[in-house]
Design a binder for this molecule. Structure first.
Ligand SMILES: Cc1ncc(COP(=O)(O)O)c(C=O)c1O
Length: 366
């Protein structure tokens, strides 16, 4: 069994994918070609915002957004410690200090009730992470941000396609940023990402930063990076967009089916994902909690079921952030989650029979 099955998806889009990639090879505009512009338009419409800026990766989108706000040395950015390294890493790479705020124990997303205590005169932005495929309490986050006049940059690398109170992830704050890493809900065949905003000035700035801070050819008013999305990856993403709505629906159905099957087989011995009212999840990961995680992981592996841990060590305990001076116990909910979470195989083509095998193995393992 695959943890993520990209081959079945490829068979489904093979023809359109081949045609679209061949068109790029024929016209030869590999950088910012027509497919790139077509994709930006389609993605902006899909998310429901004015501007989409294609970019080279989800990591680079975070850096571009931070640079667009002029965030750097001496500044602080509030984020979750329970995330992939890129979130804190890009804050630090921009020159600022990541200030961690613990998560809500049931949604794994930043707890807005704890944000205000972390705000200082140096705070320049809040960067919530929409982990595992669902958005956090964005109304709560936006309310604190509004009170303190701080921009909110959503790290939506895992939640592209999810909805929160009728709006899509990436359209819920000043800037939304996502990743098209191949295993993400909308994945390219290489690295890629995109930024979303309704703000014309910010969009212009982010477009310039994406190309070496260039406002016209070989004229550079500011620093930027080489942060463009390849035209070939745009062609891949256009082909996958044709089936994306259907895949998102499948993800939601399969996630709900897992939760039902696990509840029936294991009762409350396993914690399944919680979807607050008004939220949908695209289940970038279907992640459960068990008290004996490492043992369960090994036992599942022995039964041929691949699993993964997202993420075992919260960012404040990563060696790279040792100079922040945070110790074990600083963010107890994130630390407990790091010891207990386990992600099960998840993709839109998982069959009911495969899920039954996973749940059977889980029952034997717990
Ligand atoms: C929460 C989060 N932020 C940022 C990233 C970085 O995205 P990319 O791998 O496209 O650079 C990821 C990717 O795994 C992620 O999960």
């Amino acid at each position: 069994m695959d943890f993520i099955d990209l081959k079945t998806q490829y068979q489904r889009v093979r023809e359109s994918m081949g045609r679209r990639m061949q068109a790029v090879l024929d016209h030869g505009q590999f950088i910012l070609g027509a497919e790139h512009h077509e994709l930006e338009r389609k993605l902006a419409d899909y998310v429901g915002v004015k501007h989409c800026i294609g970019a080279s990766s989800g990591t680079d989108t975070l850096l571009i957004a931070l640079m667009a706000y002029g965030i750097g040395r001496g500044d602080e950015v509030i984020t979750s410690p329970f995330t992939f390294i890129a979130t804190g890493e890009m804050i630090a790479l921009a020159g600022a200090k990541p200030v961690f705020v613990d998560i809500d124990a049931r949604t794994y997303n930043i707890d807005p009730r704890l944000i205000e205590a972390a705000i200082t005169p140096r705070t320049k932005a809040i960067m919530p992470v929409s982990l595992y495929g669902q958005v956090g309490d964005m109304d709560g986050i936006n309310a604190v941000a509004r009170k303190h006049r701080l921009p909110v940059i959503e790290d939506a690398a895992q939640s592209f396609g999810a909805k929160y109170r009728g709006k899509r992830s990436c359209a819920l704050s000043e800037v939304g940023s996502t990743s098209f890493f191949p295993s993400k809900p909308l994945g390219a065949y290489g690295d890629g990402g995109a930024l979303f905003t309704d703000d014309d000035d910010l969009a212009k700035l982010m477009r310039e930063i994406r190309v070496h801070g260039q406002d016209r050819r070989y004229h550079h008013p500011r620093l930027g990076i080489n942060g463009r999305l390849d035209t070939l990856q745009a062609a891949v993403l256009l082909a996958k967009m044709e089936i994306f709505d259907d895949e998102v629906e499948a993800r939601m159905r399969i996630g709900a089916r897992y939760s039902g099957m696990i509840a029936e087989a294991l009762g409350d011995r396993v914690t399944t994902p919680l979807l607050p009212p008004g939220c949908t999840s695209v289940y970038a990961q279907y992640t459960i909690e068990v008290s004996n995680r490492d043992q369960v992981e090994q036992a599942m592996k022995a039964q041929g079921i691949p699993t993964a841990v997202h993420y075992p060590v919260p960012l404040h305990l990563q060696p790279v952030f040792a100079d922040l001076g945070q110790h074990a116990g600083a963010f107890p909910i994130s630390e407990a989650a790091g010891r207990r979470v386990l992600s099960l195989p998840m993709h839109p083509y998982l069959t009911e029979a495969q899920q039954a095998r996973v749940v059977q193995a889980l029952r034997a393992a717990v």
